[in-house]
Design a protein around this ligand. Structure first.
Ligand code: 5BU
Length: 247
């Protein structure tokens, strides 16, 4: 088992928070400000570092300092999707050097187990999340694909920590939950207190629904960082996610 799983489960219990915030802001400086504001409420801060206009190599160092002080993990949502050799380079090299700082990363299983091996080759201390499902309308993920992804995770459980799941096909997520066993975790984006969608195909479900379907961690982006007061909004999602998990 990847030790990141135990670390994350401890954070969730200690902070009574299964909330991950997706900081999809195009300024690294603003992401650091957001992390200071909401850091006490979350178990994970999820980044897309390739959207920053102002990325510098000290961003991960600064975010790490906040993460350690406020006790949350950093998840770089890079969604690797290439041959093993290429993803190994994308993970370790370039401007971002994700392997040096991300606690969690994710990858598409569509390319086969070589992607897991390629990422493992460059891995230092990260845990890998495989995409068993996605949230957008009209996505091509099927039940068979999700279950094969679970199999791929199980034979790589030294490195893989769990799955991205989606409430848009709740029956599939429930099957993933059953097949995943106790250790592997399910991370679910597409969460808002008011269900619905956006104008680009995103689908939203409530924290309660995601947790009922088997989510261990709920991922909320615009619902929190676009609020007038992200900190009090994060507290609402933290409470909703935690209370649902206790039922
Ligand atoms: P939102 O603002 O709460 O819609 O942001 C959702 C985040 O989760 C965003 O960073 C997406 O890249 C991410 N995401 C998703 O929405 N759906 C998926 O299936 C996966 C990731 Br995988």
């Amino acid at each position: 088992m990847n030790p990141i799983i135990e670390k994350l489960k401890n954070i969730i219990q200690e902070k009574q928070s299964n909330l991950a915030v997706a900081a999809d802001i195009s300024s690294a400086a603003e992401v650091l400000e957001l992390a200071e504001k909401i850091g006490d409420k979350i178990c994970i801060l999820k980044t897309h570092v390739d959207i920053f206009a102002d990325f510098t190599p000290d961003f991960p160092t600064k975010l790490r300092e906040i993460a350690d002080r406020k006790n949350f993990l950093i998840f770089e949502d890079r969604k690797f999707a290439d041959i093993g050799n290429t993803v190994s380079l994308q993970f370790s090299s370039g401007i971002y050097k994700i392997a040096d700082w991300a606690d969690l990363i994710n990858a598409h299983s569509i390319v086969g187990p070589g992607i897991v091996d390629g990422l493992r080759k460059a891995n230092k201390n990260s845990g890998l999340i495989l995409l068993a499902q996605m949230t957008p309308e009209g996505n091509l993920f099927t039940e068979e694909y999700a279950m094969k992804t679970v199999e791929m995770a199980k034979v790589n459980s030294d490195f893989v920590v769990g799955f991205i799941g989606s409430s848009d096909k709740p029956e599939v997520m429930q099957k993933v939950r059953e097949a995943a066993g106790e250790e592997l975790m399910i991370f679910v984006p597409g969460i808002k207190l008011a269900a619905g969608g956006d104008d680009l195909g995103q689908t939203y479900n409530t924290p309660e629904k995601a947790i009922q379907n088997g989510a261990d961690v709920i991922i909320v982006g615009r619902g929190i960082f676009q609020a007038d007061d992200p900190s009090s909004e994060a507290e609402k999602y933290r409470a909703a996610g935690w209370e649902a998990s206790q039922e």
